[in-house]
Design a protein around this ligand. Structure first.
Ligand SMILES: C[C@](O)(C(=O)O)[C@H](CC(=O)O)C(=O)O
Ligand SMILES: [Mg+2]
Length: 318
């Protein structure tokens, strides 16, 4: 009921325990707090909060337009609704290394279990698009060192994302990943790798957990959990999958209403009222209410049946 009672510190410890090379823990992307509940209900290990989804949800492209305040607020709303650890996409960290430090503290404060910070230039873009630019290693090392130094909970996960595979090839991505681990990164997100062998190479090169981004319509093939586990991957994200699915369903029902004059043909595909109420834990609120009023106070019988509402007083019409 209300929010998760699992503390952010506990979630961060859980995340640390989960992120074992080869475990391929699956973190689908929540597009709102309710979908985080669904992810938990279906038995997943954690929740991913995508920068692309946060931007797209506001009707914006994913080019670094969202602010730290918007991201921290929305990510916090999502994180607090689930017992699972949540990792958020902090894009380029929202500025210079000092801004990155503030970003980490804000995300910790919002109850996230970890975040990733990438080495793109602003304006950044989706890692699976062409024409990306990355900052030099020194600048990225400063971002990651500032992030690692700023956290107050040592279990808050700082993940370094590198987009260098697309600009300078696999070996450069591996070299950069190693340097970012030395700078303090707890985990590595090698963006837009082309094959399982490439994932394997990164996993072999670093002794920290590695993330695989299984975004649709991108540069990476959609490998299975078993394939990624065999490659040594610790965590797999499906960042935009739920948003794309929900929007696909929304488009179809809008077409049905327009064509048929009613949504009737689409009702079978919908989440039922009962299932929706289960997810928001409606029942618990009823229980809460009855226990609040299930006590005796001298002079006040709170257990009696509520009075039937009085009929409204009739005023004569003028
Ligand atoms: C992971 C990602 O950074 C995101 O914001 O979710 C995106 C996903 C996408 O645009 O498909 C990315 O840059 O890969
Ligand atoms: Mg992103």
């Amino acid at each position: 009921m209300l929010y998760s009672t699992v503390t952010p510190e506990r979630k961060r410890r859980t995340l640390r325990e989960q992120l074992v090379p080869g475990a391929a823990r699956q973190f689908p992307g929540a597009f709102n707090p309710l979908s985080a509940r669904l992810i938990e209900d279906k038995g997943y290990d954690g929740v991913y909060i995508s920068g692309a989804v946060l931007a797209n949800d506001l009707g914006l492209p994913d080019i670094g337009l969202t602010t730290l305040t918007e991201v921290a607020t929305r990510a916090g709303q999502i994180a607090r609704m689930t017992d699972l650890p949540a990792i958020v996409d902090a894009d380029t960290g929202f500025g210079e290394p000092m801004n990155v430090a503030r970003t980490v503290q804000e995300l910790e404060h919002a109850g996230l279990a970890g975040c990733h910070i990438e080495d793109q230039f602003n304006p950044k873009r989706c890692g699976h698009l062409d024409g990306k630019n990355v900052v030099d290693l020194d600048t990225m090392v400063k971002r990651i060192a500032a992030a690692a130094d700023a956290r107050r909970d040592p279990d808050f996960l700082i993940m370094a994302r590198t987009d260098v595979r697309a600009t300078d090839g696999l070996q450069a991505a591996v070299d950069r990943a190693r340097a970012l681990v030395d700078a303090g990164a707890d985990a590595i997100f090698p963006e837009a790798l082309r094959s399982l062998e490439e994932f394997e190479a990164v996993c072999r090169a670093v002794d920290v957990p590695v993330l695989a981004n299984m975004t649709e319509f991108g540069k990476s093939e959609l490998f299975t959990r078993a394939q990624l586990a065999a490659a040594g991957i610790a965590v797999v994200i499906y960042p935009v999958t739920l948003l794309r699915s929900a929007m696909g369903a929304a488009e179809r029902v809008l077409e049905t209403i327009a064509a048929d004059g009613t949504q009737q043909a689409a009702v079978e595909q919908m989440q039922t009222r009962q299932r929706l109420y289960e997810l928001v834990d409606y029942e618990a609120y009823n229980r809460f209410d009855s226990s609040v009023f299930n006590f005796q106070v001298p002079g006040l019988d709170a257990t009696r049946e509520p009075q039937a509402p009085q009929a409204p007083t009739q005023h004569p019409q003028p």
